[in-house]
Design a protein around this ligand. Structure first.
Ligand code: BES
Ligand code: MN
Ligand code: MN
Length: 460
Protein backbone atom coordinates (compact mmCIF):
# COMPACT_ATOMS: atom_id res chain seq x y z
CA UNK A 1 0.00 0.00 0.00
CA UNK A 2 2.68 2.43 1.10
CA UNK A 3 4.94 1.49 -1.78
CA UNK A 4 2.02 1.75 -4.24
CA UNK A 5 1.35 5.30 -3.13
CA UNK A 6 5.03 6.23 -3.47
CA UNK A 7 5.28 4.56 -6.89
CA UNK A 8 2.18 6.41 -8.15
CA UNK A 9 3.34 9.77 -6.86
CA UNK A 10 7.01 9.67 -7.82
CA UNK A 11 6.74 12.39 -10.45
CA UNK A 12 4.82 14.67 -8.12
CA UNK A 13 7.27 14.09 -5.25
CA UNK A 14 10.13 15.01 -7.56
CA UNK A 15 8.48 18.10 -9.08
CA UNK A 16 7.72 19.48 -5.62
CA UNK A 17 11.31 19.06 -4.48
CA UNK A 18 12.53 20.82 -7.64
CA UNK A 19 10.23 23.76 -6.80
CA UNK A 20 11.67 23.88 -3.29
CA UNK A 21 15.20 23.89 -4.71
CA UNK A 22 14.38 26.87 -6.94
CA UNK A 23 14.16 29.18 -3.91
CA UNK A 24 17.68 30.31 -2.91
CA UNK A 25 17.47 30.06 0.90
CA UNK A 26 21.02 31.13 1.74
CA UNK A 27 20.97 31.91 5.46
CA UNK A 28 24.51 33.37 5.55
CA UNK A 29 23.81 36.18 3.06
CA UNK A 30 21.26 38.89 3.98
CA UNK A 31 20.67 39.51 0.27
CA UNK A 32 18.58 36.31 0.29
CA UNK A 33 16.47 37.17 3.36
CA UNK A 34 13.17 37.28 1.43
CA UNK A 35 13.89 33.94 -0.23
CA UNK A 36 14.73 32.28 3.07
CA UNK A 37 11.34 33.33 4.48
CA UNK A 38 9.63 32.25 1.24
CA UNK A 39 11.20 28.82 1.73
CA UNK A 40 9.83 28.63 5.28
CA UNK A 41 6.36 29.40 3.85
CA UNK A 42 6.83 26.67 1.24
CA UNK A 43 7.76 24.10 3.90
CA UNK A 44 4.83 25.13 6.12
CA UNK A 45 2.37 24.88 3.23
CA UNK A 46 3.71 21.46 2.27
CA UNK A 47 3.30 20.18 5.83
CA UNK A 48 -0.27 21.45 5.95
CA UNK A 49 -1.08 19.84 2.60
CA UNK A 50 0.45 16.57 3.77
CA UNK A 51 -1.94 16.55 6.73
CA UNK A 52 -0.07 18.11 9.65
CA UNK A 53 -1.93 20.07 12.34
CA UNK A 54 -0.97 23.31 14.07
CA UNK A 55 1.48 24.23 11.33
CA UNK A 56 3.12 27.53 12.17
CA UNK A 57 6.14 29.70 11.56
CA UNK A 58 7.71 30.21 14.96
CA UNK A 59 9.45 33.57 14.87
CA UNK A 60 12.96 33.92 16.27
CA UNK A 61 15.53 36.70 16.31
CA UNK A 62 16.60 35.23 12.95
CA UNK A 63 14.74 33.06 10.46
CA UNK A 64 11.51 31.29 11.45
CA UNK A 65 11.31 27.69 12.60
CA UNK A 66 8.61 25.70 10.86
CA UNK A 67 6.60 23.58 13.28
CA UNK A 68 3.83 21.07 12.61
CA UNK A 69 2.45 17.97 14.29
CA UNK A 70 0.11 15.03 14.01
CA UNK A 71 -0.74 13.66 17.40
CA UNK A 72 -2.93 10.60 17.03
CA UNK A 73 -2.80 9.04 20.49
CA UNK A 74 -1.03 10.24 23.66
CA UNK A 75 -0.29 6.64 24.64
CA UNK A 76 1.81 6.12 21.49
CA UNK A 77 5.43 7.30 21.17
CA UNK A 78 6.27 10.60 19.49
CA UNK A 79 8.93 11.03 16.82
CA UNK A 80 10.27 14.55 16.33
CA UNK A 81 11.64 15.12 12.84
CA UNK A 82 14.32 17.79 12.55
CA UNK A 83 15.71 19.21 9.33
CA UNK A 84 16.85 22.50 7.84
CA UNK A 85 15.51 24.48 4.89
CA UNK A 86 18.46 26.87 4.62
CA UNK A 87 21.42 26.19 2.34
CA UNK A 88 25.07 27.16 1.99
CA UNK A 89 26.03 29.97 -0.41
CA UNK A 90 26.47 28.69 -3.99
CA UNK A 91 29.71 30.49 -4.72
CA UNK A 92 31.99 30.13 -6.56
CA UNK A 93 29.05 30.08 -8.99
CA UNK A 94 31.34 29.93 -12.04
CA UNK A 95 32.39 26.41 -11.04
CA UNK A 96 28.84 25.05 -11.38
CA UNK A 97 28.02 23.22 -14.62
CA UNK A 98 24.39 24.40 -14.33
CA UNK A 99 22.88 27.29 -12.33
CA UNK A 100 22.63 26.34 -8.62
CA UNK A 101 18.97 27.31 -8.26
CA UNK A 102 17.77 25.82 -11.55
CA UNK A 103 17.73 22.12 -10.70
CA UNK A 104 18.52 19.67 -13.50
CA UNK A 105 18.63 15.87 -13.49
CA UNK A 106 21.74 14.24 -14.88
CA UNK A 107 23.17 10.74 -14.78
CA UNK A 108 26.56 10.17 -13.15
CA UNK A 109 28.77 7.11 -12.64
CA UNK A 110 27.64 6.88 -9.05
CA UNK A 111 24.01 7.77 -9.83
CA UNK A 112 23.22 5.89 -13.06
CA UNK A 113 19.48 6.45 -12.55
CA UNK A 114 20.04 10.22 -12.31
CA UNK A 115 20.73 12.84 -9.68
CA UNK A 116 19.25 16.28 -8.98
CA UNK A 117 21.89 19.02 -9.32
CA UNK A 118 21.10 22.10 -7.21
CA UNK A 119 22.29 23.85 -4.06
CA UNK A 120 20.55 22.12 -1.14
CA UNK A 121 19.58 19.04 -3.18
CA UNK A 122 21.19 16.79 -0.56
CA UNK A 123 21.94 19.25 2.29
CA UNK A 124 19.26 19.39 3.44
CA UNK A 125 16.21 20.23 1.32
CA UNK A 126 16.14 16.87 -0.45
CA UNK A 127 16.62 14.91 2.75
CA UNK A 128 14.23 17.06 4.77
CA UNK A 129 11.54 16.87 2.09
CA UNK A 130 11.70 13.03 2.12
CA UNK A 131 10.16 13.28 5.59
CA UNK A 132 7.32 15.50 4.39
CA UNK A 133 6.57 13.07 1.57
CA UNK A 134 6.90 10.01 3.80
CA UNK A 135 4.46 11.67 6.20
CA UNK A 136 2.05 12.44 3.35
CA UNK A 137 2.32 8.79 2.30
CA UNK A 138 1.50 7.54 5.81
CA UNK A 139 -1.44 9.95 6.07
CA UNK A 140 -2.86 9.05 2.65
CA UNK A 141 -2.55 5.33 3.29
CA UNK A 142 -3.88 5.53 6.87
CA UNK A 143 -0.70 4.02 8.22
CA UNK A 144 0.78 6.60 10.58
CA UNK A 145 1.58 4.34 13.56
CA UNK A 146 2.61 6.95 16.15
CA UNK A 147 2.72 10.67 16.86
CA UNK A 148 4.95 12.95 14.86
CA UNK A 149 6.22 16.49 15.28
CA UNK A 150 8.20 18.49 12.72
CA UNK A 151 10.74 21.15 13.50
CA UNK A 152 12.43 22.49 10.37
CA UNK A 153 14.81 25.38 10.90
CA UNK A 154 16.39 27.99 8.63
CA UNK A 155 19.70 28.72 10.37
CA UNK A 156 21.55 25.41 10.55
CA UNK A 157 24.25 26.51 8.14
CA UNK A 158 25.00 29.54 10.32
CA UNK A 159 25.17 27.78 13.68
CA UNK A 160 21.55 27.32 14.88
CA UNK A 161 21.91 29.93 17.61
CA UNK A 162 18.24 30.93 17.65
CA UNK A 163 17.12 27.33 17.55
CA UNK A 164 18.93 26.77 20.84
CA UNK A 165 16.89 29.56 22.42
CA UNK A 166 13.68 28.18 20.89
CA UNK A 167 14.31 24.66 22.18
CA UNK A 168 15.13 25.93 25.68
CA UNK A 169 11.86 27.90 25.77
CA UNK A 170 9.61 25.16 24.33
CA UNK A 171 10.31 21.94 26.20
CA UNK A 172 6.66 20.95 26.34
CA UNK A 173 5.86 21.73 22.73
CA UNK A 174 8.86 19.67 21.63
CA UNK A 175 8.42 16.79 24.09
CA UNK A 176 9.13 13.53 22.25
CA UNK A 177 10.68 10.08 22.55
CA UNK A 178 13.22 10.32 19.76
CA UNK A 179 14.59 12.88 17.31
CA UNK A 180 14.90 11.63 13.75
CA UNK A 181 17.22 13.49 11.39
CA UNK A 182 18.14 12.89 7.76
CA UNK A 183 21.07 15.27 7.27
CA UNK A 184 23.98 12.80 7.07
CA UNK A 185 24.93 10.06 4.65
CA UNK A 186 25.51 6.40 3.90
CA UNK A 187 28.87 4.86 2.91
CA UNK A 188 27.56 3.95 -0.55
CA UNK A 189 24.25 3.07 -2.17
CA UNK A 190 25.09 -0.61 -1.75
CA UNK A 191 26.72 -0.15 1.69
CA UNK A 192 24.10 1.33 4.02
CA UNK A 193 25.27 2.93 7.26
CA UNK A 194 23.84 4.94 10.11
CA UNK A 195 25.70 7.94 11.49
CA UNK A 196 26.55 7.41 15.16
CA UNK A 197 28.65 10.47 15.90
CA UNK A 198 29.15 14.08 14.92
CA UNK A 199 32.00 16.43 15.69
CA UNK A 200 31.65 19.71 17.51
CA UNK A 201 32.91 22.99 16.15
CA UNK A 202 34.79 26.04 17.30
CA UNK A 203 35.12 28.76 14.65
CA UNK A 204 37.18 31.90 14.95
CA UNK A 205 38.31 34.78 12.82
CA UNK A 206 41.74 36.35 13.38
CA UNK A 207 43.09 39.74 12.41
CA UNK A 208 46.78 40.68 12.49
CA UNK A 209 47.65 44.38 12.31
CA UNK A 210 51.13 45.70 11.53
CA UNK A 211 51.81 49.25 10.29
CA UNK A 212 49.03 51.82 10.49
CA UNK A 213 48.72 51.97 6.67
CA UNK A 214 49.69 49.92 3.62
CA UNK A 215 53.37 50.62 2.88
CA UNK A 216 55.65 50.68 -0.18
CA UNK A 217 57.34 47.27 -0.01
CA UNK A 218 60.60 48.74 -1.31
CA UNK A 219 60.84 51.72 0.96
CA UNK A 220 59.84 49.82 4.10
CA UNK A 221 60.28 46.14 3.19
CA UNK A 222 62.76 44.25 5.35
CA UNK A 223 62.53 46.67 8.26
CA UNK A 224 58.89 46.27 9.35
CA UNK A 225 56.61 43.34 10.23
CA UNK A 226 54.48 42.17 7.30
CA UNK A 227 51.18 41.06 8.86
CA UNK A 228 50.57 38.49 6.12
CA UNK A 229 53.97 36.87 6.67
CA UNK A 230 53.46 37.02 10.41
CA UNK A 231 49.99 35.46 10.17
CA UNK A 232 51.38 32.62 8.04
CA UNK A 233 54.20 32.02 10.51
CA UNK A 234 51.78 31.98 13.42
CA UNK A 235 49.39 29.58 11.68
CA UNK A 236 52.30 27.31 10.73
CA UNK A 237 53.15 26.81 14.40
CA UNK A 238 49.62 25.67 15.32
CA UNK A 239 50.56 22.11 14.32
CA UNK A 240 53.81 20.24 14.85
CA UNK A 241 55.50 17.73 12.53
CA UNK A 242 53.14 14.99 13.64
CA UNK A 243 50.20 17.24 12.78
CA UNK A 244 49.31 17.45 16.44
CA UNK A 245 47.70 20.72 17.40
CA UNK A 246 50.04 22.75 19.63
CA UNK A 247 47.51 24.87 21.51
CA UNK A 248 48.22 24.14 25.20
CA UNK A 249 45.48 21.97 26.70
CA UNK A 250 43.80 21.37 23.32
CA UNK A 251 43.68 17.60 23.88
CA UNK A 252 42.97 17.72 27.64
CA UNK A 253 39.36 16.56 27.41
CA UNK A 254 39.63 14.42 24.29
CA UNK A 255 38.22 10.98 24.89
CA UNK A 256 40.83 8.28 24.24
CA UNK A 257 39.67 5.82 21.60
CA UNK A 258 39.26 2.27 22.86
CA UNK A 259 40.95 -0.51 20.90
CA UNK A 260 37.59 -2.19 20.41
CA UNK A 261 36.15 0.98 18.93
CA UNK A 262 39.14 1.35 16.63
CA UNK A 263 38.89 -2.27 15.49
CA UNK A 264 35.19 -1.78 14.81
CA UNK A 265 35.89 1.34 12.75
CA UNK A 266 38.64 -0.39 10.80
CA UNK A 267 36.13 -3.04 9.71
CA UNK A 268 34.04 -0.54 7.74
CA UNK A 269 34.68 -0.83 4.00
CA UNK A 270 37.19 1.84 2.95
CA UNK A 271 39.52 2.04 -0.02
CA UNK A 272 42.30 4.60 0.39
CA UNK A 273 43.28 4.74 -3.27
CA UNK A 274 39.67 5.32 -4.32
CA UNK A 275 39.36 7.95 -1.62
CA UNK A 276 42.40 9.78 -2.98
CA UNK A 277 41.22 9.41 -6.55
CA UNK A 278 37.74 10.75 -5.77
CA UNK A 279 39.18 14.07 -4.60
CA UNK A 280 42.16 14.22 -6.94
CA UNK A 281 44.91 13.79 -4.33
CA UNK A 282 48.28 12.11 -4.75
CA UNK A 283 48.45 11.41 -1.04
CA UNK A 284 46.61 12.04 2.20
CA UNK A 285 48.04 13.59 5.35
CA UNK A 286 46.99 13.91 8.95
CA UNK A 287 47.73 13.29 12.57
CA UNK A 288 50.40 10.65 13.15
CA UNK A 289 49.16 7.39 14.62
CA UNK A 290 45.62 7.51 13.25
CA UNK A 291 43.92 6.14 10.15
CA UNK A 292 42.21 8.32 7.55
CA UNK A 293 38.77 7.35 8.87
CA UNK A 294 39.80 8.15 12.44
CA UNK A 295 41.33 11.45 11.36
CA UNK A 296 38.20 12.55 9.55
CA UNK A 297 35.64 11.63 12.17
CA UNK A 298 36.76 10.95 15.73
CA UNK A 299 39.91 13.10 16.06
CA UNK A 300 39.87 16.88 16.51
CA UNK A 301 41.21 19.17 13.77
CA UNK A 302 42.35 22.69 13.05
CA UNK A 303 41.95 24.10 9.56
CA UNK A 304 42.26 27.49 7.91
CA UNK A 305 39.04 28.02 5.95
CA UNK A 306 40.06 31.29 4.34
CA UNK A 307 42.98 33.69 4.44
CA UNK A 308 43.30 37.13 2.92
CA UNK A 309 44.99 40.50 2.94
CA UNK A 310 47.12 42.72 0.74
CA UNK A 311 46.87 43.02 -3.02
CA UNK A 312 45.03 40.28 -4.91
CA UNK A 313 44.03 42.16 -8.07
CA UNK A 314 45.48 41.90 -11.59
CA UNK A 315 49.23 42.20 -12.06
CA UNK A 316 51.68 43.10 -9.33
CA UNK A 317 51.47 45.82 -6.71
CA UNK A 318 54.43 46.30 -4.42
CA UNK A 319 52.84 46.69 -1.04
CA UNK A 320 53.09 45.64 2.60
CA UNK A 321 49.53 45.44 3.84
CA UNK A 322 48.51 46.92 7.15
CA UNK A 323 46.31 43.92 8.00
CA UNK A 324 45.94 40.19 7.37
CA UNK A 325 42.99 37.92 8.20
CA UNK A 326 42.08 34.27 8.46
CA UNK A 327 39.04 32.17 9.33
CA UNK A 328 39.92 29.07 11.31
CA UNK A 329 37.76 26.09 12.26
CA UNK A 330 38.44 23.47 14.87
CA UNK A 331 36.37 20.30 14.73
CA UNK A 332 35.91 18.85 18.19
CA UNK A 333 35.21 15.42 19.59
CA UNK A 334 33.16 14.19 22.55
CA UNK A 335 33.99 15.82 25.90
CA UNK A 336 35.75 18.83 24.38
CA UNK A 337 33.86 22.06 25.05
CA UNK A 338 33.66 24.48 22.15
CA UNK A 339 33.66 27.44 24.51
CA UNK A 340 36.79 26.25 26.32
CA UNK A 341 38.59 25.48 23.06
CA UNK A 342 37.75 28.90 21.65
CA UNK A 343 39.18 30.48 24.82
CA UNK A 344 42.32 28.35 24.63
CA UNK A 345 42.79 29.26 21.00
CA UNK A 346 42.37 32.96 21.71
CA UNK A 347 44.84 32.96 24.60
CA UNK A 348 47.40 30.94 22.67
CA UNK A 349 47.10 32.90 19.45
CA UNK A 350 47.58 36.18 21.27
CA UNK A 351 50.56 34.75 23.15
CA UNK A 352 52.45 33.68 20.01
CA UNK A 353 52.11 37.05 18.26
CA UNK A 354 55.46 38.86 17.92
CA UNK A 355 55.54 42.19 19.79
CA UNK A 356 55.67 44.07 16.47
CA UNK A 357 52.02 43.33 15.58
CA UNK A 358 48.66 43.31 17.32
CA UNK A 359 46.22 40.42 17.08
CA UNK A 360 42.46 40.25 17.42
CA UNK A 361 40.54 36.96 17.71
CA UNK A 362 36.78 37.04 17.12
CA UNK A 363 34.79 33.89 17.97
CA UNK A 364 32.03 32.80 15.60
CA UNK A 365 29.44 30.07 16.19
CA UNK A 366 30.28 26.83 17.89
CA UNK A 367 28.68 23.53 18.76
CA UNK A 368 29.34 20.38 20.73
CA UNK A 369 30.10 16.90 19.46
CA UNK A 370 27.53 14.14 19.83
CA UNK A 371 27.44 10.36 19.96
CA UNK A 372 24.25 8.42 19.35
CA UNK A 373 23.77 5.02 21.01
CA UNK A 374 23.23 1.85 18.98
CA UNK A 375 21.73 -0.35 21.70
CA UNK A 376 18.31 1.30 21.82
CA UNK A 377 14.91 0.66 20.20
CA UNK A 378 15.31 4.08 18.54
CA UNK A 379 18.45 2.94 16.71
CA UNK A 380 17.19 -0.57 16.07
CA UNK A 381 14.09 0.79 14.34
CA UNK A 382 16.35 2.62 11.89
CA UNK A 383 18.66 -0.33 11.41
CA UNK A 384 15.74 -2.66 10.65
CA UNK A 385 14.12 -0.14 8.29
CA UNK A 386 17.31 0.25 6.26
CA UNK A 387 17.94 -3.48 6.28
CA UNK A 388 14.52 -3.90 4.65
CA UNK A 389 15.01 -1.31 1.91
CA UNK A 390 18.71 -1.92 1.22
CA UNK A 391 18.72 -5.69 1.77
CA UNK A 392 21.76 -5.29 4.05
CA UNK A 393 22.19 -4.37 7.67
CA UNK A 394 23.53 -0.80 7.97
CA UNK A 395 26.96 -0.28 9.53
CA UNK A 396 27.16 2.17 12.45
CA UNK A 397 29.74 4.83 11.56
CA UNK A 398 30.69 8.19 13.11
CA UNK A 399 30.93 11.21 10.83
CA UNK A 400 33.23 14.23 10.92
CA UNK A 401 30.54 16.83 10.20
CA UNK A 402 28.63 18.86 12.75
CA UNK A 403 24.95 19.34 13.54
CA UNK A 404 25.02 21.48 16.67
CA UNK A 405 21.42 20.83 17.59
CA UNK A 406 22.00 17.14 18.33
CA UNK A 407 24.01 17.79 21.53
CA UNK A 408 21.67 20.62 22.41
CA UNK A 409 18.56 18.44 22.11
CA UNK A 410 20.13 15.94 24.43
CA UNK A 411 21.01 18.59 26.98
CA UNK A 412 17.69 20.45 26.83
CA UNK A 413 15.18 17.66 26.20
CA UNK A 414 17.18 14.67 27.39
CA UNK A 415 16.22 12.90 24.18
CA UNK A 416 18.56 10.94 21.93
CA UNK A 417 18.79 11.40 18.19
CA UNK A 418 18.83 8.91 15.33
CA UNK A 419 20.84 10.12 12.34
CA UNK A 420 19.28 8.22 9.46
CA UNK A 421 20.70 10.06 6.44
CA UNK A 422 20.77 9.01 2.79
CA UNK A 423 23.38 11.26 1.14
CA UNK A 424 26.80 10.27 -0.23
CA UNK A 425 30.13 11.98 0.48
CA UNK A 426 30.48 12.38 -3.28
CA UNK A 427 27.24 14.41 -3.47
CA UNK A 428 29.36 17.57 -3.10
CA UNK A 429 27.43 19.25 -0.28
CA UNK A 430 28.68 22.82 0.33
CA UNK A 431 30.59 22.56 -3.00
CA UNK A 432 29.82 23.47 -6.60
CA UNK A 433 27.57 20.93 -8.36
CA UNK A 434 25.90 19.61 -5.22
CA UNK A 435 23.54 16.81 -6.14
CA UNK A 436 21.28 14.14 -4.68
CA UNK A 437 20.52 10.78 -6.28
CA UNK A 438 16.95 10.03 -7.34
CA UNK A 439 17.57 6.57 -5.90
CA UNK A 440 18.55 8.14 -2.56
CA UNK A 441 15.54 10.47 -2.49
CA UNK A 442 13.02 7.69 -3.08
CA UNK A 443 14.92 5.23 -0.91
CA UNK A 444 14.53 7.72 1.95
CA UNK A 445 10.82 8.15 1.30
CA UNK A 446 10.40 4.35 1.40
CA UNK A 447 12.57 3.82 4.48
CA UNK A 448 11.06 6.49 6.73
CA UNK A 449 7.57 4.93 7.04
CA UNK A 450 9.28 1.64 7.96
CA UNK A 451 11.15 3.49 10.69
CA UNK A 452 7.85 4.70 12.14
CA UNK A 453 6.33 1.21 11.95
CA UNK A 454 9.33 -0.48 13.55
CA UNK A 455 9.60 2.11 16.26
CA UNK A 456 5.90 1.92 17.19
CA UNK A 457 6.19 -1.86 17.23
CA UNK A 458 9.37 -1.94 19.36
CA UNK A 459 7.90 0.48 21.88
CA UNK A 460 4.72 -1.56 22.43
N1 BES B 1 24.40 18.25 7.13
C1 BES B 1 25.61 18.93 7.48
C2 BES B 1 26.49 18.14 8.43
C3 BES B 1 26.84 16.74 8.03
C4 BES B 1 26.95 16.35 6.70
C5 BES B 1 27.10 15.82 9.01
C6 BES B 1 27.29 15.04 6.37
C7 BES B 1 27.46 14.53 8.69
C8 BES B 1 27.54 14.13 7.37
C9 BES B 1 25.27 20.29 8.08
O1 BES B 1 24.33 20.98 7.29
C10 BES B 1 26.50 21.15 8.12
O2 BES B 1 27.01 21.48 7.09
N2 BES B 1 26.93 21.55 9.32
C11 BES B 1 28.01 22.48 9.48
C12 BES B 1 28.03 23.01 10.88
C13 BES B 1 27.43 24.36 11.07
C14 BES B 1 27.64 24.82 12.48
C15 BES B 1 27.83 25.38 10.08
C16 BES B 1 29.33 21.80 9.27
O3 BES B 1 29.51 20.62 9.58
O4 BES B 1 30.25 22.50 8.79
MN1 MN C 1 22.76 19.80 6.72
MN1 MN D 1 25.48 21.88 5.59
Amino acid sequence: MINDYIEKNKDKFLEELLDLLRIPSVSADPAYAKDVVKTADFVAASLTKAGADKVQLCQTAGYPIVYGEKLIDPSLPTVLVYGHYDVQPADPVELWDSPPYEPVIKKTDIHPEGAIFARGACDDKGQMYMHVKAFETMMETNSLPCNVKFMIEGEEEVGSENLGIFVAANHEKLACDVILISDTGVIANDIPSICTGLRGLSYVEVEVTGPNRDLHSGLYGGAVPNPINVLCEMIATLKNQDKHITIPGFYDDVRVLGQEERDEMAKAPFNLSEYKKSIGLKDVEGEAGFTTNERNSVRPTLDVNGIWGGYIGEGAKTVIASKAYAKISMRLVPNQSSEKITEKFQKHFESIAPPSVSVKVTPHHGGEAAVTPTDTPEYRAASMAMETTYGKKPIPQPSGGSIPIVALFEKELNVKTVLMGFGLDSDAIHSPNEHYGLFNYFQGIKTIPLYFQNYAELKK
